[in-house]
Design a protein around this ligand. Structure first.
Ligand code: CAO
Length: 404
């Protein structure tokens, strides 16, 4: 019972782990993402196909009489029910948690909502709303510029993945107790969880008045809340994005360099600053903190003489942690990601071949075999027969009612 992104990412991972995931969609329309951001008329969008791999698809309207009976049967037969509709939608269909528990005490019922219990619990929430209300936007962006949302879908896909963890824990618990349970994940909570280090910094700011590893230190000003910090590292070792050769015309000609304390001597030498190692202003991490802007500017003088892959090739053997800014174009073509099935080509009866991101979680005994997404209602009859035990006559009657 999932739609759009957060719920489908959760069930897609479960399907890659081998679950028989039955996606239940509204007859005639289906998940709205089937038709959103379409690149080919009349063909399921990449938005849909890339979030619904390895699932069977049925149409079912639990608001009809026949639909309610079928839905009840599904609850009896299945292990886990996942939904991410607006608050109260499943209750309004006539299936509150108490009813679901009564029908199948072993059922694990998992939901994504925008907010947890409190003043906003009835609100509808999309990705960027969660990023803004969970602390990500406030702490992302250039210093003194507008808050920024990130391209990583931490609210939607992030919550879906958190929900997977809850479901698997509940399944393990059920193996011991025989009882199912309710699993809930709020998108605001997930984003805040992923922004944990910024709440760390809030408390450090409250105590110390400054954050020494932030670019605002020592010459800028700190307010009461954790500020936006550009590309500062957020960890115990300073880091920054520096330009590489070609940056004037290539928007991705940059590399992230982490100034890890133990690798600093090698980094200083390779950029032509062996002098820093005996200079009390640069020789220790604490001495460098007020001079980070200068240090990264000197690193950049060196990186702009090389392309980002050359910088990577030189710094990695020196144990300097660094990462080139890889574009989606480059990632799509990266052979190592194809070899590990992290980027996979899938065939689809309507659209032909397309790329998708495979399972990022690798299990040694249970590799994921990425399959295409289902067409709308593709498996309705098969599931109603095999899982729900309906006869041909029952199926025809449900069809006549518009239940499927
Ligand atoms: N048959 C008949 N009706 C169905 C159905 C089916 N198979 N599946 C869903 N519906 C109905 C629901 O019952 C609901 O109707 P009511 O409002 O009358 O009860 C309606 O379709 C869908 O409701 P919605 O409010 O969830 O949909 P929306 O497009 O207006 O809102 C969203 C979308 C994402 C904002 C909202 O679902 C939401 O806040 N979800 C929780 C947070 C979440 O997951 N956000 C992530 C969004 S992107 O991943």
């Amino acid at each position: 019972m999932t739609h759009v992104q957060s719920g489908p990412t959760c069930t897609q991972i479960l399907a890659w782990f081998g679950a028989d995931v039955i996606k239940v969609e509204r007859p005639g329309e289906g998940d709205p993402t089937r038709g959103q951001l379409r690149d080919k008329p009349g063909v399921d969008s990449l938005y849909f196909t890339m979030l619904n791999s390895n699932k069977r698809g049925i149409t079912l309207n639990p608001k009809t009489e026949a639909g309610k009976k079928i839905f009840r049967r599904l609850i009896e037969q299945c292990d886990v029910m996942v939904e991410n509709f607006a608050p109260g939608a499943i209750d309004r269909m006539g299936f509150p948690w108490e009813t679901i528990q009564q029908i199948n005490p072993r059922m694990i019922y998992a939901s994504v909502k925008g907010f947890g219990p409190g003043p906003y619990e009835d609100c509808k929430v999309y990705e960027n709303v969660a990023q803004c209300t969970g602390g990500a936007a406030s702490t992302t962006g250039e210093i003194d510029r507008v808050p920024l949302v990130t391209g990583a879908q931490i609210g939607d896909s992030g919550t879906g993945i958190h929900l997977v963890a809850g479901i698997l824990a509940a399944l393990l618990q059920r193996e011991k107790t025989g009882r199912g349970q309710r699993v809930t994940c709020a998108m605001q909570d997930t984003v805040l969880n992923l922004c944990r280090v910024k709440l760390r910094d809030q408390q450090r700011l409250d105590l110390c008045g400054v954050l020494q590893e932030y670019p605002q230190y020592p010459n800028g000003t700190f307010g009461k809340a954790v500020p936006r910090a550009g590309n500062a590292s957020g960890g115990g070792h300073p880091g920054w994005i520096v330009k590489c050769k070609g940056w004037e015309t290539d928007p991705d000609a940059y590399i992230y360099v982490v100034m890890q304390a133990q690798a600093f001597p090698a980094l200083a030498k390779v950029i032509g600053h062996a002098d820093w190692l005996d200079d009390p202003d640069f020789s220790t991490p604490n001495a460098r903190l007020p001079r980070l802007t200068h240090v990264f500017a000197e690193i950049e003088k060196w990186t702009t003489t090389l392309n980002k892959m050359e910088v990577m090739a030189i710094l990695n053997p020196l144990n300097v942690p660094c990462g080139p800014i890889l574009s989606m174009k480059e990632l799509a073509a990266e052979p190592s990601l194809r070899n590990t099935a992290t980027v996979v080509e899938v065939d689809h009866p309507q659209r032909g071949k397309y790329l998708t991101v495979g399972n990022p979680i690798k299990l040694s005994d249970s590799p994921s075999d990425v399959q295409r997404s289902p067409l709308l209602g593709e498996h309705t009859e098969e599931v109603l027969r095999d899982v729900c035990g309906l006869s041909d006559a029952d199926i025809q009657a449900a069809k006549a009612q518009g239940a499927i």
